[in-house]
Ligand binder design. Structure first.
Ligand SMILES: [Zn+2]
Length: 110
């Protein structure tokens, strides 16, 4: 799982193909992510104290990480991500298209 919370991703499969959005939640166990504005589903709810009117509730549903690509902050393209060691020994993610680092994900190994 190379996608993290607050990353901007592009959807590459399904009904929301081509849509870009911010990652609001990452579930490592099931390899799923929730992306802002993507994969919206309606939940029909009965009248209750919390929802006095009942009706439909629109909400983002999780989608598989394999259906999204990270959008590179440097070249702006949806890209695959590599992981490499930076000069100081810390681990970083990088864009496979332009080679720019997209952020450090680990502390330097001693
Ligand atoms: Zn790039």
């Amino acid at each position: 799982m190379r996608i993290r919370k607050d990353d901007t991703v592009e959807v590459i499969a399904g009904a929301d193909k081509g849509t870009r959005g911010r990652v609001i939640r990452v579930d490592r166990g099931s390899d799923r992510v929730v992306v802002e504005g993507v994969n919206r589903v309606y939940k029909h709810v009965r009248r209750s104290r919390k929802t006095p009117k009942g009706g439909k509730l629109s909400k983002e549903a999780p989608l598989s990480v394999s259906n999204v690509l990270l959008v590179c902050t440097s070249c702006g393209k949806a890209t695959r991500i590599g992981v490499r060691f930076a000069a100081d020994g810390s681990k970083e993610r990088f864009c496979k298209k332009c080679g720019a680092s997209t952020g450090v994900i680990g502390v330097p190994a001693k």
